[in-house]
Design a protein. Structure first.
Length: 326
């Protein structure tokens, strides 16, 4: 018998997929961890589960309690599913500039969604800070605090990293990942470096994020912008802090689109934008290292979440981008 117990038992243990068109072209094995196959549809199911179970273990969250987070994306979706499965309420604070689609989706999943005015991070009414304040004022409630809560990184240290190691028999030459909170990159990096300190760990970054320059020069500086969602940042989060970065690779949106359309048309994989950054960076690393190496990365979420954007020629044109010729 091979039965997983409910939603919670179905998080993780995702397949590792050989990305054929990219592997054949580079002569490297370019492998993607199929995080879009998590039951909530993204890599963030792992962090959401660890954050909630950490709070349960610490006695901070008791039956009937509320999980509060400031997020417009995959973390909110993961939290909403897990709250349903475990009998908690989920309260999501999001900037009112976010699409109605996202608000409707979170509400359909059963979360209470409170849209608030969009103000910069330094303002105490910023949606992330506000979510912390609201949680602190409620009884039997926790603030998920995905950026700075180390339970996020631990999920990847204890699950994603060991799974990658087992799935490849430890034969990995490089690990490549973009970062939003840094949980995925840092947790997997920590595990893989303990197993093999010479394994190359590469941070992939979209334009408009300050991390590439930070790891190249020590200065937080960004150039350009990106239509990718959920990745790129201008500060060192607690989850990313201390993670070794052997190299940083920047991938622009034109390249990201070439990658996601190639994944769709040649490999049959319908992927989100951050996957384009990850696989684009993995190809750059493959070219640097030369044929015969194994490079692993993350397939964070699927393309359906971006159908009206990345897969819509009119929307792309409005951003000065276009569907690439392959
Ligand atoms: N890709 C997507 C689509 C995401 O939503 C996220 C999470 N923000 C990431 C990548 C990055 O994951 P992490 O937060 O673990 O750095």
């Amino acid at each position: 018998m091979d039965i997983r117990t409910g939603f919670v038992g179905t998080v993780g243990n995702t397949p590792l997929i050989r990305l054929n068109s990219f592997s054949d072209k580079t002569g490297c094995e370019i492998l993607g961890k199929a995080e879009f196959l998590n039951p909530g549809g993204s890599v963030k199911d792992r962090a959401a589960l660890y954050i909630i179970e950490d709070a349960e273990k610490k006695g901070l969250l008791k039956p009937g309690g509320t999980v509060v987070e400031g997020t417009a994306g995959n973390t909110g979706i993961g939290l909403a599913h897990i709250c349903n499965a475990k009998g908690y309420r989920c309260l999501i604070i999001i900037p009112e500039t976010q699409s109605q689609e996202k608000i409707d989706l979170l509400r359909a999943l059963g979360a209470e969604v409170r849209p608030v005015p969009a103000v910069p991070y330094r303002d105490p009414n910023n949606f992330v800070k506000l979510s912390g304040t609201i949680a602190a004022e409620m009884d039997n409630a926790i603030w998920a605090n995905q950026f700075d809560n180390p339970a996020n990184r631990l999920a990847h240290y204890e699950t994603t990293g060991p799974e990658l190691w087992a799935q490849t028999d430890g034969r990995i030459d490089a690990w490549v990942s973009a970062t939003g909170t840094g949980g995925t990159y840092a947790g997997v990096t920590q595990f893989l470096k303990e197993k093999n300190p010479t394994l190359k760990c590469v941070l992939a970054d979209p334009m408009g994020s300050a991390l590439y320059h930070y790891f190249k020069t020590g200065e937080f500086k960004s150039e350009g912008n990106s239509v990718t969602e959920g990745i790129g940042t201008s500060r060192l989060t607690e989850n990313l802090n201390g993670a070794p970065v052997d190299e940083a690779v920047q991938v622009d949106d034109a390249e990201m689109l070439r990658v996601v359309y190639q994944l769709l048309r040649r490999d049959g994989l319908f992927m989100g934008g951050s996957v384009g950054i990850n696989v684009g960076a993995a190809v750059a690393v493959a070219k640097q290292m030369g044929p015969g190496h194994t490079i692993v990365t993350i397939l964070c979420d699927g393309g359906a979440r971006y159908q009206s954007r990345l897969y819509n020629p009119e929307w792309l044109a409005s951003k000065g981008l276009s569907v690439p010729e392959l």
